[in-house]
Design a protein around this ligand. Sequence first.
Ligand SMILES: O=c1ccn([C@@H]2O[C@H](COP(=O)(O)O)[C@@H](O)[C@H]2O)c(=O)[nH]1
Ligand SMILES: [Zn+2]
Ligand SMILES: [Zn+2]
Length: 568
Amino acid sequence: HGHGHDDDSHIEKRSQPGAPQPNPVDLSPLTWGDVNIIHTTDTHGWLSGHTKEASYSADFGDFSSFLYHMRQQAVHRRKDLLVVDSGDLHDGNGLGDASPVNGQYTRPIYQKINYDALAIGNHELYVNDVAENTYRQFAPGWGKRYLTSNVFIKDSLTNKTVPIGNLYNKFRLKFGTRVMSYGFLYNFKGAANNTVVEPSNFTVTLPWFQKSLKEDVDMYLIVGHVPIRWAEATAVVQAIRAAHPSKPIVVLGGHLHVRDFKVYDNRAFGLSSGRFMETLGWLSVDGIRDRACRVEANCVGKNLTVTRRYLDTNVYTYKKHSLAHPKQKFDTWKGRSITREIFKLRKTLNLSNTIGCAPQDYYLARYPYTDARSLLNLVANEVLPTAVVNASRPYPGVVIINSGSQRFDLFKGPFTLDDTYIVSPFHNDFVYATVPYSIASKMLTALNGAPFQKRGDDTPLPAYASNATLTPGYVTKDDYGYGGDDWAHSSIPYVPSPNYISSPLPTGLKDTDLVDVVWLSYFTNLVHPILKKLDPVNSYTTGIYRSDVDTNSMLLKFVKAKWTNTSC
Ligand SMILES: O=c1ccn([C@@H]2O[C@H](COP(=O)(O)O)[C@@H](O)[C@H]2O)c(=O)[nH]1
Ligand SMILES: [Zn+2]
Ligand SMILES: [Zn+2]
């Protein structure tokens, strides 16, 4: 990603020579339609922007300034503009995760962005307290704009099960477009026990949903923490289509962390806008308030004019697309104050404190996990043996983790407290059972054959350009083909890895020798049936392997032990 190594002062440094800057390129102007949408998803607390990658270095203050200018443009052009977020605000960055209560500092900053519609993500629902805080402290601030059509919480005061946000919201945009909006979460099975996720194909049969389809509107907006190609999304599109043969439908999805665009039919489209504040999605739709379509039957099969664009989140991009004149001042007062607030919070949380020096880059998915440049290789062969395997136990140990617990690349140079959350944000405990070696040695293979924890579709994104003059980045192929990426990039390879990886198996043991098999509490439900299958006769007791380390702190522990040189 052409990263340089910046620190928190990137805000001031941005304008100084030597600060990481994307290479200026010619970006083609955005196409505007009757209705235009700016979309974020899976931001996971990355409000500071990427301090080590110039391409994605804009922070939420810059985003706020960008939105101000885009809204000005919309008014000037007499076009409607919507700003939408598809959830997953927690887990993945120190700003959200290093605070005493997860999200306590990030929630108020999200609240400063004038989103028109938001959906809830699965990362708002793993932990009871996070779900409760989302319900009590986040949803109310948005009024009807926080949409949870199929996600409910048991209110701890009333004991009633209620939607966390609003089931739907009908509203009118500045230039008259009438919108019916819903918020859907995919069929998430791991939600905290104070919450309920309803399958979307059931929700759409309910009386409230069917009744909402009778309202007179110009378009449907499905904000979803749902991959746009999954059945959970198509079920909602089909339910609307069944009642409205030609009404425009837009799905703004997420969860898979990819850039994608799907054409459901001539008048229904889906957009997905990446992850970690690397991407702003842009969608323009023209032809929405076509008078001829008042009788819907007239417009079945009639094309809407739709464009999509995936913007890299840097200030150069923001200025280029939002300013009416290149010399116009970009930073707004509000944007600056958000930037300052983020800067202060990062200081308070010590996020830029260097814990040690990474000797090289380690990539999450660029190389096979057996490669020395693979992060999963580092974790399996160095982090787990150093920071998790407990030498004082009477038995040797083998530690298995889900590769999905590791979330981002680790770059050469200063390794900060922030990086512990960026790379490995979860606080999953290590649990164990002492079993014969013959069983321990089969666990990893068995887990990798077990039902999948997530992702579903790991097909690598195709690469089409390899050009030394371009910076590496996203090269996206979607239902409109190539060309959606705002910046032309050379593509970064994507190599799938196994779902589970482990520290090296202890060597020189007999089948009957005892071994501690260690795994994460996160996937205990998969381990128990495997143990039972491998050894139907005996049952093994499980317990916490060590109470002093979890998936987040293991990295801190490893770096403190092995990457001690702090002058980098
Ligand atoms: O406690 C946890 C929670 C989640 N994971 C991993 O994260 C993904 C889901 O992340 P998205 O951002 O929603 O894609 C899940 O499949 C796990 O791989 C975890 O490891 N521990
Ligand atoms: Zn996510
Ligand atoms: Zn998700």
